[in-house]
Design a protein. Structure first.
Length: 78
């Protein structure tokens, strides 16, 4: 086991250009291609879609900015 530690923002940085799944504190979910991020915001591509606890309904969205304070989890498939 190595002693190297990878910070969360480093992991998100590796996902730029990849499809990600974001779960918000409000239980809404977004899927899209990660365009970029900073300490406060995640930006998704024009092909993002949204789901709610009532059921997953694909709603096409324009470029989307998500407030980082309201993000519960991020999953990347790189």
């Amino acid at each position: 086991m190595s002693g190297a530690t990878i910070l969360p923002l480093e992991l998100v940085d590796r996902c730029i250009g990849s499809r990600i799944w974001v779960v918000m504190k409000s239980e809404r979910e977004f899927v899209g291609t990660l365009l970029g991020f900073d300490d406060y915001v995640i930006g998704l591509s024009t092909h993002s879609s949204e789901g709610t606890p009532a059921g997953y309904k694909k709603t096409p969205l324009a470029k989307t900015l998500l407030n980082g304070n309201n993000i519960c989890a991020v999953r990347c498939a790189y």
